[in-house]
Design a binder for this molecule. Structure first.
Ligand SMILES: [Zn+2]
Length: 336
């Protein structure tokens, strides 16, 4: 196996959002930080555009065409938060395509670990609706691709962005093929993801929503992963671990009020790697949010080596949030 892989593409800088927190400066800040550290040993690869047949396994044609048409018109707004420019459609194709190429590389044995440093982000995008700065749901398209084309049976997705991954939640809500776990500040945009939403139909129990109050710090987040998410994920026996890696739970982030540090994301990454290692499978992360560019760059730089090297995450005692969450999730998964 080769070194860990980092997917990039120049089109990530052509999705122009103007005076908007989800701007090109995010990628520029990460690139500057990583290049100072010789890319932390990651092999850089060019993210291809997604195959439209792969994309439309998640998003109906009319949604793909709506994003394309918006860019061909020169840009516009899907809603108050979600804008597109002339370059957005191509950028979105590469953001989804990078996630799929990462999954192919990981499952092909190229590397045990990958990261997609691409935008626009994806986890708020619903099948037929761009929202929350997201056009296509990159992580969901990659998971669907792994299941449909690459022969996997079970994919675990950990969403540690501070916002609920409502799009991913909805796309796999009735599926037992994807275990989706999201930790998110609540109340906060988009307002979905209560603890009681555990999936539906044959997917009941395969959605794990873990809302946390504002001012939640590293111990709350790590406690939930150690005592709720990790035991459930291990019991699920995934064939692949994916991470919706948002960095907006950082204490400096302007859009949320959680209190993580850059080093907290390294602990979360160690947990993701440990879950993958326990199942003997690879782990790939895709960039979601993170809007203080300095905190974002430092957090990505802390995450990559932790993903690549693994190691024992810091253990914490369960608190009240974890106890309450474990009671709900323990209805579906043996956590002890
Ligand atoms: Zn977010």
């Amino acid at each position: 196996m080769g070194p860990p892989i980092l997917f990039r593409h120049a089109s990530s800088l052509e999705h122009e959002t103007g005076a908007h927190p989800e701007g090109t400066g995010r990628i520029e800040a990460i690139e500057a930080e990583l290049s100072r550290h010789d890319w932390l040993g990651f092999e850089q690869r060019e993210a291809p555009a997604v195959d439209l047949d792969v994309l439309t396994r998640v998003h109906p044609n009319r949604h793909v065409e709506a994003v394309q048409a918006m860019s061909e018109r020169g840009g516009g707004a899907f809603d108050a938060d979600t804008v597109a420019s002339e370059g957005s459609y191509v950028a979105a194709l590469h953001a989804a395509g990078g996630a799929c190429a990462m999954v192919e590389a990981l499952l092909g044995g190229d590397a045990p670990v990958g990261f997609c440093m691409l935008r626009p982000p994806g986890h708020h995008a619903e099948p037929a609706r761009a929202m929350g700065f997201c056009l296509f749901n990159n992580v969901a398209v990659a998971a669907r691709h792994a299941l449909d084309a690459l022969g996997l049976r079970r994919v675990f997705i950990l969403d540690w962005d501070v916002h609920h991954g409502n799009g991913t939640n909805d796309i796999f809500h009735t599926s037992e093929e994807v275990l989706f776990a999201s930790i998110h500040q609540s109340p906060l945009y988009p307002g979905t993801g209560p603890l009681e939403d555990s999936g539906a139909g044959s997917g009941e129990g395969f959605t794990i929503n873990l809302p946390v109050p504002r001012d939640s710090g590293e111990d709350v987040w790590l406690g939930l992963v150690e005592h709720v998410v990790a035991p459930a994920a291990r019991a699920f026996e995934p064939d692949l671990v994916l991470v919706s890696a948002g960095f907006d739970a950082h204490r400096a982030d302007p859009l949320a009020q959680c209190l993580l540090e850059a080093s907290s994301f390294a602990e979360l990454a160690r947990h993701a790697r440990a879950i993958a290692d326990a199942a003997g499978v690879p782990v790939g992360a895709v960039l979601e949010g993170g809007y203080d560019v300095g905190a974002l760059a430092a957090s990505v730089a802390a995450t990559l080596p932790a993903l690549a090297e693994g190691g024992e995450p810091r253990s914490v005692e369960p608190d009240a949030v974890t106890e309450r969450s474990a009671e709900q999730i323990g209805r579906f998964w043996t956590l002890g």
